[in-house]
Design a protein around this ligand. Structure first.
Ligand code: HEM
Length: 394
């Protein structure tokens, strides 16, 4: 059977080659996606200018309060709450990104201006708070900017939502786009592994070859992050994506990529459980930060009755054996040496991804001492970055 090659020219590939190329210092908005009308226009076109103004003025507190008033006045001018509930699912995703981008930046800029908790809440205002809560009701999610808002539903390819202007804004867009492209590859990898695991008579060579191609593509993009992203520009936009300064919540982080979890479980779930059970404890403990649909599906595979309650399963409390059937291992064990070697190459590609990621996290975040986003103060950063590694970190 012919295996279609990922290397055939695809729009994804063109996008991949362009990221972190530093050729432009302006975002080219090819297709406007504005589900909330003037609210979306404000986020996409004006917000970065307002942020720059606040950063450059001496009257920071007044400027951030004025930002809060403008947002609440815009929200008061229409029935955005009813509108939000009537949007299609894809329009709603972008609308939620718009709302959560606004909410996040008002908190971040309030802290920058030195506002206390009470004044920060006043600045956020009733209408923004209400519509933000409504967006989290329609799509159950954490009540702060999530990985899903920032990466998965941000229309980064055509009409990105970013906080920075000029080249820092382009770098910020590419950071989100690179994540989105990797997420796309991981979704393909998950689909092929599910076919292998669940379809009687699935062509193992075909499934694993496609999976390997997608993991190699993800590795290629991650290497671009490591080699080409500018540490200075990263520092410029990263400051807006930190933990909410007034709430005890974690910030958006690749740690909350449910597809990284899915592919890891499918390929080497049992081995991770034997060597790094903390990985699973963390995923269940932090489940509300992950995109619900995808993490719910993973919990379904891992639960004996296929339900995805999100409660810690018995096997994680030592009450049952790990459900190996959630992984592709039982299928692989019945296959030829050649197929087992192909499977080993997939495991190796995922391992290289984790190692390259760890190196990038150290280069851009840990070594420059930037605030961490997706780790609790009491957690060990090293343990988090190595939580899916089965052999010692480099
Ligand atoms: C240069 C780009 C990147 C940097 C600097 C970076 C930084 C970090 C940091 C500091 C952490 C620890 C938790 C936190 O504080 O957020 C982390 C965790 C994590 N990030 Fe990234 N990250 C990058 C790109 C990515 C990409 C593209 C993905 C793919 C989805 C990703 C997936 C993860 C995962 C899964 C974890 C949890 C640790 C693990 O399971 O390996 N990161 N990252």
């Amino acid at each position: 059977m012919n295996v279609p090659s990922y290397s055939a020219a695809s729009p994804d590939q063109r996008a991949v080659r362009g990221i972190f190329s530093h050729l432009a210092d302006r975002i080219d908005r090819r297709l406007r996606i504005r589900p909330l009308g003037i609210i979306s226009d404000f986020v996409a076109d004006q917000l970065p200018h307002r942020i720059a103004e606040i950063k450059n003025t001496e009257q920071r507190a007044e400027a951030v309060k004025a930002l809060g008033r403008s947002i609440n006045a815009m929200l008061a001018a229409g029935d955005y709450e009813a509108h939000l509930l009537n949007l299609t699912q894809s329009e709603f995703g972008v609308a939620k990104t718009d709302i959560q981008y606004l909410l996040n930046i008002v908190y971040q800029m309030s802290a920058f201006a030195g506002l206390n908790h009470y004044d920060a809440e006043l600045t956020v205002g009733e209408r923004l708070r209400r519509i933000a809560a409504l967006s989290c009701e329609r799509e159950p999610s954490i009540d702060v900017l999530s990985y899903e808002d920032m990466i998965l539903t941000n229309p980064v390819e055509s009409d990105p939502r970013v906080y920075c202007l000029d080249s820092a804004g382009v770098e910020e867009r590419d950071f989100c786009l690179g994540h989105q492209l990797i997420e796309r590859d991981l979704q393909f990898a998950v689909d092929t592994l599910l076919e292998l695991r669940d379809q009687v008579g699935a062509d193992a060579r075909w499934c694993l070859t496609l999976c390997l191609e997608r993991l190699e593509s993800a590795n290629y993009i991650l290497t671009r992050f490591h080699d080409h992203m500018s540490p200075d520009l990263f520092g410029e936009f990263r400051e807006f994506y930190g933990k909410n300064p007034y709430k005890n919540r974690l910030a958006p982080s690749g740690r909350f990529s449910a597809r990284v979890v899915a592919v890891s479980v499918l390929l080497m779930g049992e081995e991770i459980f034997r060597k790094k059970p903390q990985f699973y404890r963390d995923v269940y403990r932090l489940s509300e930060y992950y995109p619900r649909g995808c993490i719910g599906a993973v919990f379904g595979w891992l639960s004996s009755d296929k339900r995805s309650t999100g409660a810690q399963p018995g096997w994680l409390r030592g009450k049952a054996a790990f459900p190996k059937i959630a992984t592709v291992s039982p299928v692989i064990e019945r296959k030829s040496t050649q197929i087992r070697e192909l499977y080993a190459s997939c495991v190796d590609a995922l391992d290289r991804f984790t190692r390259m990621h760890r190196k990038s996290a150290l280069k851009y975040t840990i070594e420059p001492g930037r605030p961490i986003a997706g780790v609790e103060a009491w957690e060990s950063m090293d343990a988090v970055l190595s939580q899916r590694l089965l052999t010692a970190a480099d």
